[in-house]
Design a protein around this ligand. Structure first.
Ligand code: NAD
Length: 552
């Protein structure tokens, strides 16, 4: 979808020529043509030279490369997004591999930690508990009235960094930027939301510049009432909009997903999106190991949203391949902060119970690996270095090609580095990580590990859901997305050590995933539009391209 708008000032309802310079969706900066400057009354308010979008991209990249830290690059890009969205997305899409680690993990984590200090202009909507009773009124004032995707956080578990309160807003903003850049969702359809229920982060509460509510997190009924008000406010203002829950603490994440998944159009990316990208990685890894999914034994480090979300989808996939759910669950094991999750342990959280098997208890991961002999280990614990040398060596002893997914973010939380994974397994590990790692050369062979980042999944899933107006989001959509993603990994990708396709193919990848998800919606009767003859073309035409509007 391009913005070839033909709209004079009157037609677009804009009263002041300066609006064209100050509205980031309308602004073209030095790219306003002579005739547009004439029609819009912009002569004198811009440098006289007329430049192209390509010239502007060059200037942005020159400035970007001058910045000496990733945080400065992040601040620079956010300011660009505030000024000129077309240029921002052109830059992001043309240089995705360089930009992703800045606008998303790992730099976005640092940005959230510093958010109150680097704050310039507000983006998105903050619902603070002090505004209870006014959420619908606030949403009613949001200037864009065709919101289709909302990413919402309460800031309790930002990446692997813990409670960052209102400063978690960087995450919904970053995710929605990826929805647009990778999935072609129009920026005006996207709304980042933070629900500020306070924070238990003492450092933030004592930080004079912290801009959130300065009290401990509200909980229980009061918390649920706020969430309910938020959901209702969205239904009133943007009925049917997809709500993606992001970086909630795991107790609330599971609870809210179960409460709302059959009521509204919603999913939790940490649980379901991660599951899909990890399952896709497993499907690809199995092409290397030559084994079947149902023959895998997987040990997860970390039994939270990501880990148990992945296991739940693995179980769905294994049952799809003929196992009973109980047999499939027996192939998934968990180690949490207290050690191996076994039935004899007391007070296990409900999301862990399906994976609490009868077995001797072991407190240490290495002992678990030796006892259970897994074919794959998946890290989603936020505990750096827990895939130790001896753990990796044990995996290499047990398996010709051990599968090692170290998914925790940001890089500082990764369970092992790419280099550690390859060195300790003599280059035999099939490895992917949540945050990117540089290629590793070992005995003359270079490995380019893939990034098991759910950015491969959620933009396509979101595009598929909103394109067909799906009423609900079901787990089978994430299975379909995983199958689609895995099918797009080439032999050449596998050969260079990656179980994911190159990021530069992400638009096509997202389109294919969107088609698979929409197809599933039609099949399950969840779509609210008639099925178009050519579904791929139908979705492709909805995809945003960063092209300047033409003002005639
Ligand atoms: P969570 O808080 O729900 O779960 C964390 C789990 O780790 C808990 O079960 C906790 O008991 C366990 N844990 C803590 N200390 C441990 C220890 N010493 N040993 C073993 N387990 C321990 O968090 P989550 O949503 O599951 O996310 C976990 C990590 O996965 C985060 O770093 C997050 O950034 C990452 N993640 C990555 C992706 C991706 O795309 N790669 C997606 C989602 C989440």
């Amino acid at each position: 979808m391009t913005d070839k708008v033909t709209s004079g000032r009157r037609a677009s309802g804009i009263s002041n020529c300066m609006d064209y310079l100050h509205d980031p969706l309308l602004n073209k900066g030095t790219a306003f043509t002579e005739s547009e400057r004439e029609v819009l009354g912009l002569h004198g308010f811009l440098p006289p030279g007329v430049q192209t979008l390509e010239d502007q991209v060059l200037r942005v990249m020159e400035n970007f490369n001058r910045k000496t830290s990733d945080l400065e690059k992040y601040i620079f890009l956010m300011a660009l997004q505030d000024r000129n969205q077309t240029l921002f997305y052109r830059v992001i899409m043309d240089h995705l591999e360089a930009m992703m680690p800045i606008i998303y993990t790992p730099t976005v984590g640092l940005a959230c930690q510093e958010y109150s200090h680097i704050f310039r202009r507000p983006k998105g909507v903050f619902f603070a508990c002090k505004n209870k009773g006014r959420f619908s009124e606030i949403l009613g004032k949001w200037p864009k009235r065709d919101v289709r995707i909302i990413v919402v956080t309460d800031g309790e578990r930002i990446l692997g960094l813990g409670d960052l309160g209102a400063a978690g807003m960087g995450i919904p903003i970053g995710k929605l930027s990826l929805y647009t850049a990778c999935g072609g969702i129009h920026p005006s359809w996207c709304l980042p939301v933070t629900i500020d229920v306070g924070t238990n982060n003492v450092d933030l509460l004592h930080d004079p510049l912290y801009f959130g509510m300065r009290h401990p997190r509200i909980q229980g009924e009061a918390y649920d009432e706020l969430m309910e008000e938020f959901i209702d406010a969205v239904q009133e203002n943007f009925p049917g909009a997809l709500i993606q829950f992001e970086d909630f603490g795991n107790t609330n994440a599971f609870r809210l997903l179960n409460k709302y998944r059959d009521r509204i159009c919603t999913f939790n990316d940490d649980i379901q999106g991660t599951a899909s990208v990890a399952l896709a990685g497993l499907f690809s890894a199995l092409r290397i190991t030559g084994k079947k999914l149902i023959d895998q034994k997987i040990v997860f480090l970390g039994a939270g949203e990501a880990g148990t979300g992945i296991a739940d989808l693995v179980v769905t996939a294994m049952t799809d391949e003929g196992l009973s759910p109980a047999e499939a669950r027996e192939r998934c094991w968990f180690v949490d902060s207290k050690g191996l999750v076994v039935r004899s342990r007391e007070k296990l959280a409900s999301h862990k119970l399906p994976y609490a098997h009868d077995h001797d208890y072991h407190p240490y991961f290495l002992d678990v690996v030796k006892a259970l002999k897994p074919t794959a280990i998946i890290g989603a614990s936020s505990q750096p270095g827990r895939f130790t040398g001896p753990v990796l060596a044990a995996m290499a002893e047990l398996n010709e090609r051990p599968i090692v997914l170290a998914l925790s973010n940001p890089t500082s939380c990764s369970e092992c580095t790419a280099k550690e994974a390859y060195v300790w397994t003599n280059g035999r590990a099939v490895f992917a990580s949540g945050s990117p790692f540089e290629p590793v050369t070992l005995e003359g062979k270079t490995f380019e590990p893939g990034q098991g980042n759910n950015a491969y999944i959620f933009p396509g899933v979101g595009l598929g859901i909103i394109s067909c107006g799906a009423r609900h989001v079901i787990n089978e959509m994430f299975l379909a997305a995983a199958q689609s993603l895995a099918s797009q990994v080439s032999e050449a990708d596998l050969h260079r050590g990656s179980i994911y396709p190159p990021l530069k193919q992400i638009r096509q990848v997202s389109l294919n995933i969107a088609v698979a998800v929409a197809e599933m919606s039609f099949e399950k009767g969840l779509a609210t539009i008639p099925r178009p003859g050519d579904l791929t073309q139908f979705i492709r035409t909805k995809m945003y391209e960063p092209v300047y509007p033409v003002y005639a």
